[in-house]
Design a protein around this ligand. Structure first.
Ligand SMILES: Cc1ncc(COP(=O)(O)O)c(C=O)c1O
Length: 366
């Protein structure tokens, strides 16, 4: 199967490790095992394959993140990246029509394209606060569409689809009898109102929700994700999964269950980082005339627009070389003219000052 280069991953592999101030990351400072209330008995556990489809303990902890799911509606995967891929492989065939809301995680259009699907990209607009326009979505989705892909809260824009708009999207999907894949790896990180938006699997029969330990629960090193959806689809996914996963690591399964059972502690810590990051970003932006952005409503990133004339890749390369501060070029997410900024990053304030000191000198407008 031929597939396009995964542009964000390519860039991060090349530049992230050498950054002095890494603002490319989408994770909230990851936790260590010591910070989890684990039981010593874990050290006596034999390292077998474990429960093939994920332990009941873990599935039960995942189920509690939803209002309408049971253990048999859930399957556990190698991260959300494994979850998304399994959904596409299980659901799509050559010639199927897929609508993907962009900017988003590249899997959501490049995998369907690689499977020979007809992929229509629907671009979010800054003037709509990076939210979909329901009228436009209603036009682009037709009975020929099989799957709509969205990411809520959204990476990179930091927008959160309000629940009433989610119900409007569900109405369009119902009318056209299509599936919705909602990548919800940042669900639980809303800055306003309830931290958790409605999950698509809870509100729509053909809604498929993907979740993960990586972002909301600050444990990307566990490599655990999951899919919640209709039982017949989950059975189909488990059939595909046998060729791709066997099981997740028994250790990852255990620590994920412990983390989810104690998620309030993680959430409290994360929200302190999130709110502080948002404040630092807001104060910095108020002093800038070369940068602007729609402030985040949730998730861990924003798309920042710059007003000087250079490609986003050149800008990020030059910036990192001169200051050690790493941003992600918008071009890697089909958003030239912007950069993605992870506002939960360590040393955010220092890094932002380094960035504006550099651009004020380099791109000074008299
Ligand atoms: C929207 C989105 N989906 C999926 C992933 C992959 O997450 P995981 O670490 O759980 O595989 C990411 C990672 O950045 C992401 O931003």
């Amino acid at each position: 199967m031929k597939i396009a280069q995964f542009k964000v991953e390519e860039w991060m592999n090349k530049y992230e490790a050498s950054a002095k101030y890494d603002l490319t990351s989408t994770c909230i400072s990851p936790l260590s095992i010591n910070e989890l209330p684990f039981e010593d008995s874990i050290f006596q556990k034999k390292l077998t394959y474990g429960d093939i489809e994920g332990s009941l303990r873990l599935k039960n902890a995942i189920k509690n993140l939803y209002t309408n799911q049971e253990e048999n509606n859930i399957t556990v995967t190698h991260g959300a990246i494994g979850a998304n891929q399994l959904v596409f492989l299980s659901l799509l065939e050559k010639g199927d029509e897929v609508v993907s809301i962009v900017p988003t995680y590249q899997q959501h259009y490049s995998i369907p394209e690689s499977l020979g699907c007809n992929v229509k990209l629907y671009f979010l607009k800054e003037e709509n606060n990076w939210l979909p326009d329901i009228e436009e979505l209603n036009k682009i989705i037709t009975p020929k569409t099989k799957l709509l892909c969205l990411n809520n809260p959204n990476n990179p824009t930091g927008s959160v689809i309000p629940n009433n708009m989610l119900f409007e999207i569900v109405k369009i999907a119902e009318k056209n009898n299509i599936w919705i894949l909602s990548d919800e790896v940042y669900r639980g990180l809303n800055l306003y109102g309830s931290p958790y938006s409605e999950s698509i699997a809870d509100i729509y029969e053909k809604g498929i929700s993907v979740g993960s330990m990586s972002k909301t629960y600050s444990l990307p090193g566990l490599r655990v994700g999951w899919i919640a959806g209709r039982v017949d689809l989950i059975n189909e996914i488990n059939h595909q999964r046998q060729y791709n996963t066997i099981s997740i690591s028994i250790l990852d399964d255990y620590f994920s269950a412990i983390a989810l059972e104690n998620k309030e502690i993680i959430e409290k810590r994360n929200f302190e980082i999130l709110r502080n990051g948002e404040k630092v970003l807001r104060n910095w932006l108020a002093k800038q005339n070369q940068f602007s952005c729609i402030l985040p409503k949730g998730g861990t990133t924003v798309l920042v627009k710059y007003n000087f004339n250079i490609s986003s890749k050149e800008f990020c390369k030059n910036l990192q070389k001169a200051t050690g501060a790493a941003l992600l070029p918008g071009e890697t997410m089909e958003m030239e003219g912007f950069v993605r900024l992870g506002y939960c990053s360590d040393n955010l304030e220092i890094a932002l000052d380094k960035i504006s000191d550099y651009t004020n000198k380099q791109y000074h407008i008299s």
